[in-house]
Design a protein around this ligand. Structure first.
Ligand SMILES: Cc1cc2nc3c(=O)[nH]c(=O)nc-3n(C[C@H](O)[C@H](O)[C@H](O)COP(=O)(O)OP(=O)(O)OC[C@H]3O[C@@H](n4cnc5c(N)ncnc54)[C@H](O)[C@@H]3O)c2cc1C
Ligand code: FES
Length: 341
């Protein structure tokens, strides 16, 4: 029997990974892993078990058109009591994990392995997981974890900047605020060796299979998950699609990873980058203003593209409003707001 890895993504951003035999329905495969998917009829008639398969190949047993219309099936909506996977898949459910997952998200022990200022008010933090019961965090590029702030009870969310293929060290880019629990720590007492618990992963902001052109909008440290996506695409050989990145910061001095962005293009990723800063400075000849002002119809090509936005909430709101106004399918717009805790 052939088995595939299936990632179940719940509405609150928690995920669960299971192995599913092709002969088993997803409902059954999940049950074998003690995960209960919401179901009722179990025969493809009621739609209670409906989800969306955002990645991978599958087949369906018989079901009623009343439960899943042809339009819904074309949008890759699935009845998971009738669904068999034919490859690794990602399935999203429209309800929180609390119904399906009994155990809380795993917390791993980690230690700070490196801390470096890479631009004005931006710190790169490297955390190494310690060997433990849970193994490395299995995440999708774009997702985030909760990091415990050493010496406090505070926990903050940070997006992985490293790809999932790199399991021995996790890289994060942290914007240093004038005042804040994590900001004070990274700007002050942070030292290699400090204990830092890592909980997760979480998030519905993750790279979809790169099957069409990609547009990305990153504000400040919102670039971090994009870097994870780029490294993953290179590692997976998924370099066939053009990627247009709009990357903005408050000032030129706050832009980071510019060499890495050039390097991705040199290594074969079809990446073009446009930079923008809110306030220019001497030597800056690029555009000024908010990064979303760089959005314009020609970037979208035919409009059949995947769009990823990450950064401050006002940037996401402005970008999403422009994109939907320009006719981009809301289902193709993926975003992560760096909301304060
Ligand atoms: C899903 C998710 C992923 C995230 N990923 C990242 C990441 O990769 N990199 C990153 O730098 N941040 C990221 N954040 C934001 C991060 O979790 C913290 O909110 C941020 O680093 C501030 O933490 P702090 O402990 O320094 O400040 P806090 O102690 O949380 O806040 C101190 C004060 O600053 C205010 N504040 C918080 N954030 C901001 C802000 N951005 N601008 C102005 N004022 C603010 C708060 O309202 C509060 O008054 C993410 C947030 C979410 C929800
Ligand atoms: S449980 Fe009724 S359609 Fe799947």
């Amino acid at each position: 029997m052939t088995a595939h890895t299936v990632t179940l993504v719940f509405d609150d951003g928690r995920i669960a990974r299971i192995q599913a035999d092709e002969d088993d329905t997803i409902y059954l495969a999940a049950l074998k892993h003690r995960i209960r998917i919401e179901t009722d009829c179990l025969e493809g008639a009621c739609a209670t078990c409906k989800g969306v398969c955002t990645s991978g190949e599958y087949r369906m047993d018989e079901y009623s058109e009343d439960a899943l219309s042809a339009e819904e099936a074309a949008r890759r909506e699935v009845l998971t009591c009738q669904m068999h996977v034919l490859s690794d898949c990602v399935i999203e459910y429209p309800y929180p994990s609390t119904f399906s997952l009994k155990a809380p998200p795993a917390t791993r022990n980690g230690r700070v392995a490196g801390i470096e200022t890479v631009a004005e008010s931006v710190v790169r933090l490297v955390v190494e997981p310690e060997d433990g019961d849970h193994g490395p965090v299995e995440f999708m590029p774009g997702q985030y974890v909760h990091l415990g702030v050493p010496g406090t009870d505070a926990v903050r969310s940070y997006s992985f900047a490293n790809p999932p293929e790199e399991t021995g060290r996790y890289t994060f880019y942290i914007k240093v605020l004038e005042e804040g629990a994590m900001s004070d720590y990274v700007a002050g007492p942070a030292r290699p060796g400090d204990e830092m618990p890592v909980t997760g992963p979480f998030g519905r902001f993750y790279l979809r299979p790169p099957g069409r052109p990609i547009v990305m909008v990153a504000g400040g440290t919102g670039l971090a998950p994009m870097l994870s996506m780029f490294d993953h695409m290179l590692a997976a050989g998924a370099t066939g699609q053009p990627i247009h990145l709009l990357y903005g910061a408050n000032s030129p001095a706050e832009l980071f990873s510019l060499e890495a962005l050039q390097d991705y293009a040199d290594r074969g990723l079809g990446l073009t980058t446009e930079l923008c800063v809110v306030e220019g400075a001497e030597g800056w000849s690029g555009p000024t203003g908010h990064v979303t002002t760089l959005l314009r119809p020609e970037i979208l090509g035919s409009g059949d593209c995947d769009v990823y936005l990450c950064g401050p909430p006002p940037m996401i709101d402005a970008g999403t409003a422009w994109l939907t106004g320009a006719g981009v399918d809301p289902g193709a717009i993926h975003s992560e707001k760096f909301l304060p805790s």
